[in-house]
Ligand binder design. Structure first.
Ligand SMILES: C[S@@+](CC[C@H](N)C(=O)[O-])C[C@H]1O[C@@H](n2cnc3c(N)ncnc32)[C@H](O)[C@@H]1O
Length: 417
């Protein structure tokens, strides 16, 4: 095996996972949670009872493949339909074995496993995909544009991608530490370098940027994580403009960043003169400024579609049949905690946000259950306040939506056409 990246993931499959843990929990996250895929790429209107094919490119030990396959199976079981299909692809046979064992633990029969490079997709005869997940992979390729273009070529018309790519400023300290470890032990075998890296971590002076970066802690959890962060043979980070350039080079455009509020300058700036300088600027420029302001973004989670796809793929709360759903948020609990002037306190990696919520936030949150549409929510609130017209209700909902969707805590779906 000559490719050092492949050799690393054979020796240290990533992330470290024990298949027996599947009995206790499902790991679900971004990108690729089916509710997010629907919201950010299919305007909330994808009917998963229709045939659906997802590719997980560089699937590692199986987080995204297992999540997608489980969510597709659950929806099919609820609707009495055939579950969508997930195709897992990775170079590492060690990672694949763990992913397969996890799927077995769950009794998932809708994942097809393949060992190959994503560069070879055009030759593999895998067919085309409605959705492609590529999480933490492209920034390790010698030719990321070529790799991403291979993924674009495998999309059906109207399909989309979810990516995770490293971001530079939140990784402050990582690249000098990688360089230092190469100087100290680049000639040693990987296992010895792991031990060396652990010694170095314990010995870093207080001024070292890795030591001073409070948002990097994964490498303390397992050897696989330590190797991935500090001993990787090929790894780069993308600032927002570079990410947009990568996407354009592969004939893609950005549909949405997650969480949206991280990429909005107004989350960080309140000076109207400064904000005015950004008024009317395009989404990528605003996101670039937000990233430079924030300084704490370690990775970009981004949904993309073909550059020539004319759709607005992101769901908006437009009509009364929109169904809001809460994502990683306990609405009942939040509703109970809100006072007369409702406020949501949130934290994004050290950035404290205090978001004023609308007057009706608590009764709305208590009723949002992922099946009740805006019309029914309006009717329920109107029952207690007959003067609450649709426009006033909608203004209240829109304010709640803006705050919660900014944190990726509220998504939308529409009934299947
Ligand atoms: C950091 S891991 C991410 C795993 C998984 N996507 C996740 O987020 O949990 C990167 C994975 O990409 C795989 N990989 C690297 N280059 C690849 C390529 N050219 N084709 C397919 N897989 C590749 C590695 O073997 C490894 O499993």
């Amino acid at each position: 095996m000559t490719d050092p990246v492949q050799a690393q993931y054979e020796a240290y499959p990533y992330p470290a996972r024990d298949p027996r843990d599947e009995r206790k929990r499902l790991i679900a996250g971004s990108p690729s949670h089916l509710d997010e895929v629907n919201h950010y790429l299919f305007a909330g209107r994808r009917d998963f009872a229709e045939p659906f094919r997802a590719l997980v490119a560089g699937g590692g030990t199986g987080d995204a493949a297992v999540m997608l396959a489980q969510q597709l199976s659950d929806r099919a079981a609820a609707g009495g339909t055939v579950p969508g299909e997930v195709v897992y692809l990775d170079l590492s046979t060690a990672a694949r074995r763990i992913a397969e064992a996890r799927a077995r633990e769950r009794g998932l029969a809708n994942i097809a496993f393949h060992t190959a490079s994503l560069h070879d997709i055009p030759k593999l005869g895998l067919g085309r995909f409605d959705y492609i997940d590529c999480c933490g992979v492209l920034h390790h390729l010698a030719d990321p544009v070529g790799g991403l273009a291979a993924l674009t070529g495998a999309l059906v018309e109207g399909g989309g991608l979810g990516l995770m790519l490293y971001a530079p400023y939140g990784r402050t300290g990582v690249y000098p530490a990688q360089a230092l470890l190469r100087r100290l032990g680049g000639d040693l075998d990987l296992k010895t370098r792991v031990a060396l890296a652990r010694r170095l971590l314990d010995a870093l002076p207080a001024t070292n940027w890795l030591k001073r970066n409070p948002f990097l802690g994964d490498h303390r959890r397992s050897d696989a994580e330590l190797v991935d962060l500090l001993l990787h043979p090929r790894d780069r980070a993308y600032a927002v403009p570079e990410l947009a350039e990568l996407a354009a080079g592969a004939d893609l455009r950005i549909a949405a960043f997650v969480e949206p509020a991280r990429y909005e300058p107004a989350s960080y700036l309140h000076d109207p003169k400064l904000l005015q300088r950004l008024a009317g600027r395009d989404a990528v420029t605003r996101a670039a400024c937000a990233e430079e302001l924030a300084g704490n973004i370690r990775k970009h989670i981004v949904y993309l579609l073909r550059a020539d796809d004319p759709r607005d793929p992101v769901a908006r709360p437009e009509t009364p049949d929109a169904v809001p759903l809460l994502h990683n948020l306990d609405g009942q609990r939040l509703a109970k905690s809100l006072g007369r002037e409702p406020v949501l306190n949130a934290e994004l990696d050290g950035l404290k946000l205090r978001l004023a919520l609308p007057r009706l936030a608590a009764p709305l949150l208590a009723r949002i259950d992922g099946t009740t549409d805006l019309a029914a929510l309006h009717a329920a609130l109107q029952a207690g306040d007959s003067a609450l017209g649709w426009a006033a209700f909608k203004a209240q909902f829109d304010r709640l939506y803006a705050a919660l969707n900014g944190l990726n805590h509220m998504l939308l779906r529409y009934p299947a056409a």
